[in-house]
Design a protein around this ligand. Structure first.
Ligand code: ZN
Length: 222
């Protein structure tokens, strides 16, 4: 009996051993394989990145560059003076503006607008069109022409959007106003006879505001 019991136990003990050993070896093998696999993969990735990264980089750069449309710089003669002024105002304030992708031109439209800015995505072409008709350009004072060009340039070159709020006294807070005009125009028909319709003194505030929306409210606007 005791033999049988011993035999029994012996059988059980040594009967499981091969399975336990197999499982243990399998586990070790998996670990080894896993380590080998990881080692192989990480080194392969390192090798590929080291050897071929410049190649991939060039391919990706090339592909990205291909998606950017070529740009041109083209300024209509009659508008150069306004662009120069805009650039000088920016420079005075330490603001650098890129114009190599700018087209500034005269045009026509059937819409009731005097100017338009069209921007391609990223650093693509910026096209400002100024409507060269009597009411928008030909019969208006220099100051109004300047404000119109500056408004469109601010859209295209400074990323400004319309600002339709008012200063405390009810005067437009910005030449980026979508409806107003004559923001700092000179007095053309002085009905009062005292020159009070002259608004040119407002120009400095409005130009400051184009480049800095947080410009302090001027005394005349309180
Ligand atoms: Zn606008």
């Amino acid at each position: 009996m005791s033999y049988k019991i011993l035999n029994c136990c012996h059988d059980v003990k040594y009967g499981l051993k091969p399975y336990l050993t197999f499982i243990k070896n399998l586990y070790i093998l998996i670990l080894q394989k896993s380590s080998l696999y990881q080692f192989f993969c990480s080194n392969l990735i390192k090798l590929v990145m080291k050897k071929y990264f410049p190649f991939f980089f060039i391919i990706i750069s090339f592909a990205c560059k291909q998606s950017v449309e070529p740009t041109v710089y083209q300024i209509d003669k009659g508008l150069e003076v306004y662009l120069d002024k805009f650039m000088k105002e920016a420079e005075t304030r330490g603001i650098t503006i890129i114009t190599q992708n700018l087209i500034l031109k005269f045009g026509t439209t059937t819409e009731e607008i005097c100017g338009r800015c069209v921007k391609a995505k990223n650093d693509g072409q910026r096209t400002v069109t100024i409507i060269n008709n009597l009411n928008c350009w030909q019969q208006v004072p220099y100051e109004n022409r300047e404000a119109l060009v500056f408004h469109e340039l601010a859209h295209c070159l400074l990323g400004r959007i319309h600002r339709d709020d008012f200063l405390p006294n009810g005067i437009e807070a910005s030449i980026m106003n979508s409806k107003g005009s004559g923001f700092y125009e000179p007095c053309i028909y002085d009905i009062t006879g005292n020159g009070s319709c002259d608004k040119t003194y407002r120009r400095s505030y409005y130009i400051d505001e184009i480049f800095d929306e947080k410009t302090t409210v001027p005394t005349w606007g309180k």
